[in-house]
Write a protein that binds this ligand. Sequence first.
Ligand SMILES: Nc1nc2c(c(=O)[nH]1)N[C@H]1C(S)=C(S)[C@@H](COP(=O)(O)OP(=O)(O)OC[C@H]3O[C@@H](n4cnc5c(=O)[nH]c(N)nc54)[C@H](O)[C@@H]3O)O[C@H]1N2
Ligand SMILES: Nc1nc2c(c(=O)[nH]1)N[C@H]1C(S)=C(S)[C@@H](COP(=O)(O)OP(=O)(O)OC[C@H]3O[C@@H](n4cnc5c(=O)[nH]c(N)nc54)[C@H](O)[C@@H]3O)O[C@H]1N2
Ligand code: SF4
Ligand SMILES: [Mo]
Length: 728
Amino acid sequence: MQTRAKSFCRNCGALCSMELTIEDGKLAGVSADGSASPYGAYMCPKGRASLDFHNGAEGRLLNSLRREASGAFSELPAARALDEIAARLAALIAEHGPRSVAFYHGTGAYRSVLGALLERAFVSSLGSPNFFSTMTIDQSAKWVTAGRMGVMASGKPSTRDIDLAVIVGNNPLVSHQTYPFGPGESGAPGKSFAAARARGARIVVVDPRRTETARYADLLIQPLPGHDAALFAAVAHILLRDGTCNTAFCERFVTQLDRLAEAVAPFTPELVARRADVPVEQIEQLARWLGEAERPFVGSGSGPSMSAHSNLNDHMIETVNALVGGYRRAGDLVRNPGTLKPRVCIETVVPPQRSWERGVKCRTADIGALYGEFPTALLPQEILVPGPDRIRALIVFGGNPLTALGDPARAVPAFADLELLVSLDARMNETARMAHYVIATSQHFERHDLSIPGDSLYPEAFAQYAPPVVPGPAGTIHDWEFFWGVASRLKLPLTLKYWNYGLSYDAIPGGLPLDMERAPDPEDMMRYLCEHGDVSFDELRANPGGVRPVRPPQYVKAAPDNGARLELCPPDVAAELHAVLEEVVDDRFKYRLACRRILDAMNSAYRDSPQTVRKYPLNWAYMNPDDMREDGIDDNALIEIQSESGRILGVARAESQLRRGVVSMTHLYGSLAPSTDPYAQRGSHTGRLTSLQKHLEPINFMPRFSGIPVNIRRAGGDVPAAALLATI
Ligand SMILES: Nc1nc2c(c(=O)[nH]1)N[C@H]1C(S)=C(S)[C@@H](COP(=O)(O)OP(=O)(O)OC[C@H]3O[C@@H](n4cnc5c(=O)[nH]c(N)nc54)[C@H](O)[C@@H]3O)O[C@H]1N2
Ligand SMILES: Nc1nc2c(c(=O)[nH]1)N[C@H]1C(S)=C(S)[C@@H](COP(=O)(O)OP(=O)(O)OC[C@H]3O[C@@H](n4cnc5c(=O)[nH]c(N)nc54)[C@H](O)[C@@H]3O)O[C@H]1N2
Ligand code: SF4
Ligand SMILES: [Mo]
């Protein structure tokens, strides 16, 4: 028998609406559903791949596992695993206190709504400060900027309203990462850029690679990676030189303009053009367009955050956005004020908080929490360095930190030292292979979800509820059942709250206290989460394609001056700018390794889907053809990539979109251990070129995943033609 059901994808932030076909209780087909979605009908190949994964592709885990003394894994019922995990946790907490237990929230956890909220409830009830996530090995530079500069509460404008988009190290056509970090719309990103251009908006892309997104660019600047801070300091220099800042905005909302002018004075366009190796005219043109724009939006992706001077890169990009007033202004239409959690949008500055200077600190570094989290790069030393509050147990929820962290020579021994490592996942990834317990969890179309992660990010107000469409395999449990089940065994009370970034879970008043004796009904939890919304749970349930609430248009409200200003050039930023100026180029290395993403995989997930294996048998080392010719490297040649901290083998691929001097590879491929055969290992682990002890950023301890200085040479021998033919 065949039936159809509406749902939405949970692989990435776009949350594309879908229509699923179910045949005899199994997922059989999927198509994009544009019946209510603000993106229209859109989905990418990972939408289809998630169906195959549900149905068992990529070796989906069907049962929970326990690692035995021999090192082998044996299956066990989830309830039994939870009993044993709770018993081990209880013993650790009794002996060493709650701080001995840490949590790592991976990318798979962000869109598991009940799981993520009960995880927060669990951490709050336990009282451990040890919360880590991918954000501090990703774009927490944005949090650092917010903490040092302050935040414009009115937010950035919708791409539907802008006349200039500046997109720095961000490739939404592949990653679907856009608002609020950068311009664009996550679902159907190309359509949003095409529409902006059709309206007359200009688009500028700043990326060492002529990206898929650059197809929409009026200006493409291709700097060497790692120079965004200098580049945007030069843009600020020109705006101040020419008096083309948005004076009305600056007078009212920013401060430290004099200090900024002094700090960026040495960053002349000529100097920066030489350093970043771009034509000086392009820097001047970008600044001119910014000066002319009425409605600019300057934003960035992960590229600048992963490169050298990560926090400063972000700060300078945001500084330029502030100089030209790239925020919604009083009276502007707020196209999406939120649906499940509507918000009033006010034109005011939230002053810098510098949260890391206060409160509970890390054990091994004098640094406090950033948006409630400790830096993930410190996790190995927080485990290893002896002392009373050492981390002894780690619960990994939807993540693969052992590969994501980089520097496995440092990370693996730390994880091996844990007394309890639990992985909550449906894949047996590198981290799960080291875990004491792996809890096989249900997948996206088998559980209840709500579009909370997209609520304020959709281009228009919209909400969708996804009920389970097929049952999960008998041996799996839902993510939330893990946290509820362990808490109930530990006699920890849990309260469900509607949490979002910027809020402290503990400080949110009210909430729904959960019955800790009888498992809660997920529908009751969904209903509770809709209680303060513009649509009710019943309305969402009755409209499975999603609901666009009808209500009067909302506008940004003016507010009395609270005295707060965006601090464009605090002393630490000025000092960092000065250090960049003084920096000498590391000419021991000819190339810079840059990060990138591929459409078919989501970090380490879907890396092994049949389609990805076909298209990307491994993670190619893309190089500019002229560089390859100069260095005598042919297509498919085996190359050695050597950084200061490590060495990997790669397989070269010519890519003319890439500027010279850069090798571009995607991440989370290959084995953690050194390997001599990238084919056998399905690629190379670029994290082995990164150090967790050197070149960490101040404040968030962000490691360097892009702009890594490397040398490249032929490693003798091409990849056997047979191997290539077999895989392409
Ligand atoms: N298909 C797919 N989608 C994903 C993911 C995935 O793995 N696959 N991952 C998700 C995750 S976890 C994240 S964080 C987001 C990231 O979303 P994005 O930031 O859009 O990620 P990328 O596509 O890697 O784009 C980064 C760009 O930065 C450029 N770059 C590298 N170094 C520099 C530099 O120093 N300066 C400048 N200006 N540019 C530089 C690279 O060439 C690349 O084009 O994507 C999410 N979406
Ligand atoms: N060298 C290098 N290192 C990097 C990066 C880089 O560009 N270069 N990028 C960094 C970035 S931006 C990030 S975000 C991190 C990624 O770091 P991680 O999040 O640690 O890694 P992922 O591979 O995304 O792991 C996601 C896991 O979640 C699982 N999963 C998916 N959906 C669900 C679900 O609903 N429930 C549960 N329980 N599990 C689920 C998947 O099976 C997968 O195993 O890596 C960082 N590390
Ligand atoms: S863009 Fe692809 S992965 Fe992201 S939600 Fe849509 S279908 Fe899923
Ligand atoms: Mo990420």
